[in-house]
Design a protein around this ligand. Structure first.
Ligand code: ADP
Ligand code: SF4
Ligand code: MG
Length: 332
């Protein structure tokens, strides 16, 4: 069953009186029980997609349009703000990139966690009993995410906790409401290796044990190499390729996907240990200087004059790509 279905999501921002397409015809489909990874360099628009899904882009400087944006067949763009919040609170949990920004700085973490625990499981009995039950549930959650010193964590304020522990705490918050989908926006950014591994294993386990779908957003291909059924690759606000992760690893069609794969050592079995990484020359263009047509053009080794027109999305089985001159199609 399809949970989230986004077709041609376009997001414009008003910059110095001009509307600029920060996201251009984004497609993303997430099925029940799958881990879908969304990958792209910093600045490619990953966090904007997350914010557009959960309606966190208020204000008149943003314009969102889409041919389709549904959650379990309900039209998200047609929902009132209140209805959308209700759906998001009960069925989608988001772990934002900077945990400290998502937490109330003046409330102890324990209080914040207990506030999101579902009421149904505590509806019976006396108040003191309910409180005790919630406290136990909070401790169980912290244990599940690998926070050992739970009492200290529950009584602390966000600024008193290290970033790695705070990110695990955010995962506990995300699990509390037993959502159908967890969106994790670069949850391992800046983490030390052990915590990173723990977080990745934890999310994989949640997916396996509870069939919770996960949209795992990352700039780091190594982080996703151990997880994920499907992968969507984003470049400068455009989806360039989508498909099963194992197929994309073997046979990417888009030159940008291939460049990303070549830059991650675990994807290159031929690389001897400690050899230099092949990295892509150049940087992602700024919103003020977007190339016309295929936005990857200025960095693409295969670019030709036809690339000044935006390539259409093409499909081979469940593999989608947008490129005029894809890899492995030398006859073109
Ligand atoms: N609030 C904002 N105002 C203006 N530009 C923004 C804003 N948020 C993001 N952007 C721009 O949109 C692009 C995509 O940003 P973002 O989604 O944060 O990228 P990513 O998460 O992939 O690193 C970047 O060029 C960024 O500068
Ligand atoms: S459309 Fe052209 S510029 Fe874009 S990725 Fe394909 S070959 Fe490169
Ligand atoms: Mg981001």
């Amino acid at each position: 069953m399809i949970l989230l279905d986004i077709k041609n999501l376009t997001l414009e921002i008003e910059l110095s009186g001009k509307w600029v397409k920060t996201l251009d015809k984004i497609n993303l489909v997430i099925h029940e029980g799958e881990i879908h990874t969304l990958v792209g360099e910093s600045g490619s628009g990953k966090s904007l997609i997350v914010k557009a899904i959960v309606g966190a882009l208020p204000g008149k400087h943003w314009r969102i349009t889409a041919d389709r944006m549904t959650w379990r067949s309900q039209d998200m763009l047609a929902m009132s703000v209140v209805d959308r919040r209700k759906v998001i609170r009960s069925e989608i949990s988001v772990i934002f990139q900077n945990p400290i920004d998502s937490l109330d700085p003046i409330l102890p973490l324990g209080k914040q966690l207990k506030e999101v625990l579902p009421e149904e499981s505590n509806s019976q009995g006396w108040l003191w009993k309910k409180k005790k039950q919630k406290h136990k549930m909070a401790i169980d959650l912290l244990h599940r995410v690998g926070i050992k010193n739970h009492e200290l964590c529950l009584s602390s304020f966000p600024h008193q906790i290290t970033n790695d522990v705070l990110q695990k705490f955010m995962i506990a918050m995300a699990l509390a409401s037993e959502p159908k989908l967890i969106i994790a926006d670069d949850p391992t950014r800046g983490m030390e290796v052990n915590s990173k591994t723990q977080v990745l294993k934890l999310l994989s386990r949640v997916n396996q044990v509870r069939s919770t779908s996960i949209l795992f957003v990352s700039h780091d291909l190594l982080a996703i190499s151990s997880m994920g059924h499907f992968m969507t690759v984003l470049y400068c606000g455009q989806t360039v390729e989508t498909g099963e992760l194992r197929r994309l690893r073997k046979r990417a069609f888009h030159p940008y996907t291939q460049a990303l794969l070549d830059s991650a050592p675990s994807f290159r079995k031929d690389l001897p240990p400690k050899s230099n990484l092949t990295s892509l020359p150049g940087t992602i263009p700024t919103l003020h200087h977007l190339p016309i047509g295929c936005r990857f053009g200025p960095r693409c080794p295969r670019a030709r004059k036809e690339c000044v027109t935006t390539p259409a999305v093409r499909k081979i089985h469940s593999h989608y790509y947008s490129c005029h001159f894809p890899l492995h199609w030398e006859g073109k």
